[in-house]
Design a protein around this ligand. Structure first.
Ligand code: ADP
Ligand code: MG
Length: 699
């Protein structure tokens, strides 16, 4: 939109880090601030030293047992220096795919009080730093907490650094019930990280390599849309449900493939620049920005790091993206499929495992060099293949965000069949292990040199492997990329599943090796049983589902059925034996997923009914459309209401979610056709709902 169309800027607060408009930000001066709002390393050190603590005290998580009082004092001094006066225990309630700020819990409390004499007194201490109590809140909990047993507790998570945003200190925490049950997304992840660390160090040791720990490293590519806020306000569906439930397709979509990596629209650029600026201040390396495939679609990606921190940072990034977009007259849409007919948004979860010595277990040449043994890498990779094979249902479950219903298998994201792409070189290498229980040598695939025949351009090398964008879980040289993950998701469960599944496979391997089997023989046996999960072909092709079926690989198109696999006995057992979740915690998560799904669809149904009744029908009448059109719309309303009633009548959360899915993918889609046809018959200025064109083309 041109400037005069932008809504007035949000009124800046007196102080605060993020209320300045970008044209008022001196980006060069502000660079001094970059990283200083994160309580880590060099930033924290002077404050810790002033309290008599060693500079690196936070590196050892046992500081929470020994030094909480001094750390709290250091934190107070740092907050004073940054103008922060409020603190919050920041947690991640269940419900992994919120749209619009539904993702984290935070109650802000002043860090000071006034004494009897009226004097300001900083009361923030070690106790407040470590533990909090919340009350009366009603999050999704899958039956683990009722209103009469509502107590919830938060406890500081030392794996993720504190940071300041505006006037508030954010303290990453876990969130559990009075009885210590995990009510959040983070607790199981921390436990799964522990499990993969134990299993990883155990297997490495059996292979002759000592490591103190193994941790999941992730990098999250975040896709999103930026649309004009003005148009958004004329879309109750976008506002309330995060996606459009109707809308005729514009004359132009992504036919020309002219959006991907195109120059950034200046309005969007200013917005993304400020998003990055805010992230950089908090030490979040949101390094990459570019345009994505669909019109008005963008992506930002940070440099990778330890899973918990990355997830915390991603949640903060999503929060600030929504907030900053508003200041630019835009709306940031994080939903997986805001618009029909063009690409939706994902969040690629790049994943690797690293040791305390900085060895990446998925980096063949590096692992081989560091362990001095050719067998380590193929053994590790065979275990990962087994993990994907044995728990593909859980991987599918972990990406069952309500919005992913419309994305998986629609030629824009990998299908609902879980498989892994290893590429030609690694597949050949592992084939040797499978067939002969030996490695053909060190894994160090030859890079190809490309010589363009243009003397002025130096020949360059490319990796041994091409990329496969159609696989849900391709290997990319040094990492796996879980590409099917949805954009709005809190990816804690995704990484909980990856860690747990790999931990289990590592343990299976270790058990066999401890019984005296040679590691490569263990790998061989495993590969023979699990080879079918490897698929290097085109995952978007029509042949793949057919072939997958002949291999016996499930194609779980329904996210509701995918969620239902959480309570399958083998999965409940997996989490229980690794100490990741008790059976009760696991079952509660399934129920919460169903509740969230049904809740989302209920909103969509209601908003669609309201839009038809209060917008479409009056517009059609005013435009003098024939009674048959109005009649068809009225029938649509009836059908939608019937589905709402059917959902109400369902007896379990699972049944309700199944009814919701039919309502959403069948009934709503049918009714939508009527609405979209009507839209094209009514003069533009008489249609009260913002058109796709007005939403999708900023430029
Ligand atoms: P691409 O488009 O190739 O997927 P991007 O640069 O957009 O690449 O994103 C790749 C993401 O993967 C980044 O967040 C990057 O930091 C992350 N990444 C790179 N190496 C690893 C690794 N070893 N483990 C986990 N994440 C990684
Ligand atoms: Mg990627």
């Amino acid at each position: 939109p041109s400037d005069d169309k932008l809504p007035p800027p949000v009124k800046p607060m007196e102080s605060g880090a993020s209320t300045v408009r970008p044209d008022e930000i001196n980006f060069i001066e502000s660079m001094e601030d970059y990283g200083t709002f994160k309580f880590k390393a060099s930033i924290a050190a002077p404050f810790l030293i002033a309290q008599g603590l060693p500079a690196n005290v936070l590196d050892d998580p046992s500081w929470t047992h020994k030094h909480a009082e001094q750390v709290a004092k250091a934190v107070v001094e740092w907050c004073k220096s940054k103008g922060a006066t409020m603190a919050t225990h920041w947690f991640q309630p269940l419900g992994s795919a919120g749209v619009r700020r539904g993702q984290t819990g935070q109650v802000h409390n002043a860090m000071f009080n006034f004494g009897a004499n009226g004097k300001l007194d900083w009361v923030f201490d070690g106790g407040v730093l470590l533990k909090g109590e919340t009350d009366g809140s009603s999050y999704m909990n899958g039956g683990m907490r009722a209103t009469h047993t509502a107590g919830g507790y938060t406890a500081l998570d030392p794996s993720s650094p504190m940071f300041i945003r505006n006037d508030t200190l954010y303290i990453p925490t876990v969130f559990v019930s009075f009885y210590g049950k995990a009510l959040d997304e983070k607790t199981p992840l921390l436990r799964a990280m522990e499990a993969v660390s134990l299993a990883g160090t155990r297997l490495l040791k059996l292979l002759g390599h000592e490591a103190k720990w193994v941790k999941p490293m992730i990098g999250l590519e975040q896709e999103f849309f930026l649309v004009p806020r003005e148009a958004y306000y004329k879309r109750p569906d976008l506002q309330l449900a995060g996606r459009t439930v109707m809308g005729a397709f514009p004359a132009r979509g992504q036919e020309l493939s002219d959006h991907y990596m195109a120059p950034l629209n200046p309005v969007a650029l200013a917005c993304m620049r400020e998003m990055q600026h805010e992230a950089f201040k908090m030490g979040i390396p949101l390094n990459t920005r570019h345009r994505e495939v669909a019109p008005n679609q963008y992506e930002c990606a940070p440099y990778f790091g330890i899973a918990t921190t990355q997830i915390d940072e991603n949640l903060m990034v999503m929060e600030l993206m929504e907030e900053i977009a508003a200041k630019h007259g835009l709306v940031c849409l994080l939903h997986e499929k805001p618009f029909k007919g063009i690409n939706g948004s994902g969040k690629h979860n790049n994943f690797s495992l690293a040791t305390d010595a900085g060895v990446n277990l998925f980096n063949g040449p590096q692992l081989t060099k560091k362990t001095g043994k050719a067998e380590t890498f193929p053994v590790v990779m065979s275990a990962v293949v087994q993990a994907v094979h044995n728990y593909s249902d859980l991987m599918r479950m972990a990406i069952a965000a309500p919005g992913n219903d419309f994305r998986l298998g629609a030629m824009e994201a990998p299908p609902a069949i879980i498989s892994t792409y290893l590429g030609e070189a690694l597949t050949k290498f592992l084939e040797e292990v499978k067939d002969n229980a030996k490695t053909p040598g060190l894994y160090d695939p030859a890079k190809t040199t490309i010589n363009l025949g243009v003397p002025s351009i130096a020949p360059f090398t490319v990796p041994a492997e091409d990329r496969n964008r159609t696989s849900p879980f391709p290997y990319g040289g040094h990492r796996f990329e879980f590409r099917a993950v949805g954009s709005s998701q809190n990816v804690s469960m995704v990484n909980t599943v990856l860690c747990a599944a790999i931990a289990d496979a590592f343990n299976n391997f270790s058990d066999a090796i401890e019984k005296g089997e040679a590691p490569l023989v263990v790998a061989q046996k495993s590969l023979k049983e699990t080879w079918k999960i490897i698929f290097n072909g085109n995952g978007y092709s029509a042949e793949w589902p057919v072939e997958a079926a002949s291999r016996g690989l499930p194609n779980t198109v329904s996210g509701v059925e995918a969620a239902h696999s959480l309570s399958a006995e083998k999965n409940v057992k997996l989490f229980e034996k690794l100490g990741v979740m008790t059976p009760e915690e696991t079952n509660a998560r399934e129920e919460a997923m169903h509740d969230q799904y049904s809740g989302m669809v209920e909103i969509e149904l209601k908003v669609m009914v309201e839009m038809i009744n209060r917008k479409c029908i009056p517009a059609c009448k005013a435009a003098g459309l024939p009674a048959s059109t109005v009649g068809a719309l009225e029938k649509g309303v009836k059908d939608l209401n019937a589905k709402l009633h059917a959902m109400e009548a369902a007896s379990t959360p699972y049944e309700k979610a199944r009814a919701a899915r039919t309502a959403r993918l069948e009934t709503m889609e049918e009714v939508r056709k009527v609405c979209d046809a009507a839209e094209m018959l009514v003069p533009e200025e008489m249609w009260p709902i913002a058109s796709y064109q007005s939403l999708l083309f900023l430029d």
